[in-house]
Design a protein around this ligand. Structure first.
Ligand code: ZN
Length: 242
């Protein structure tokens, strides 16, 4: 398990629509472990995978741990089946919108169908804070933040504050420049990952075409190709990178 960097607004990664998960396997479980640890370390009660840069429809939550008892919840491919017409208002915050809070109105109760940590299909009837929290987290899967429900003026004031307070604000300017990334080996992956997670506009990735392995017929993709596929970054595999 490890604590990951949480991406903060403004960053276009947070605006991506996350993709459904096919199976809940070891990779997804270890992602959920990392997400939960990251959430606890940041004093949060919910986290969506896209907040650490992974566009998968996975959420972790624990609304009781701040009261002393850890009760982690895991939601893979959550779908809202039923929403209440009654609304309730909670003051919401978000780990991707640090230190900013606003009252948001949402349906009071909802029913959510999802896969749990073991990949079993479950149905949850949520009300109160739990219902608000799951709806907030599910918005992340659609690229929506709670500040999107505020007036334009309020939202832009919050974004201004976030930009002023962020330690890496120079990144905002660099984001205007497009990056073309060329690379193939394993050690190139962390560099591309870091550029991606910091919101750089990677317009194209060039990498070596898949190679036949020494033994047998197995075709191996380059590590950069594999990484680009996972994150849905466009890549090209010309026969020569020269
Ligand atoms: Zn959030």
């Amino acid at each position: 398990m490890s604590v990951k960097t949480i991406i903060t607004e403004p960053n276009k990664i947070l605006r991506q629509i996350s993709k459904p998960v096919n199976i809940v396997g070891k990779d997804e479980q270890s992602l959920m472990d990392d997400m939960l640890e990251t959430m606890y370390a940041a004093d949060g009660i919910g986290l969506a995978a896209i907040q650490i840069g992974i566009p998968k429809r996975i959420i972790v939550m624990d609304i009781s741990w701040t009261k002393g008892e850890k009760k982690p919840m895991y939601f893979v491919n959550p779908v809202i089946k039923n929403k209440d017409n009654d609304k309730s208002i909670y003051e919401e915050g978000c780990l991707s919108v640090p230190n900013q809070f606003a009252e948001i109105e949402r349906p009071k109760n909802c029913e959510v169908e999802y896969l749990n940590y073991k990949g079993e299909k479950k149905l949850l009837k949520a009300e109160g804070l739990l219902a608000t929290c799951i709806q907030h987290e599910m918005d992340h899967l659609e690229g929506i933040l709670f500040i999107d429900y505020l007036s334009k003026l309020k939202k832009s004031m919050i974004i201004k504050k976030l930009l002023k307070n962020r330690p890496d604000r120079i990144v905002v300017w660099l984001m205007l420049k497009k990056i073309i990334f060329m690379g193939t080996p394993y050690f190139a992956v962390p560099i591309l990952k870091s550029l991606y997670q910091n919101g750089y506009n990677i317009s194209a990735v060039y990498t070596q075409p898949p190679q036949k392995s020494n033994r047998g017929q197995k075709i191996n993709k380059s590590p950069i190709q594999g990484f680009s596929e996972t994150l849905n970054i466009e890549f090209r595999t010309p026969s020569s990178l020269k």
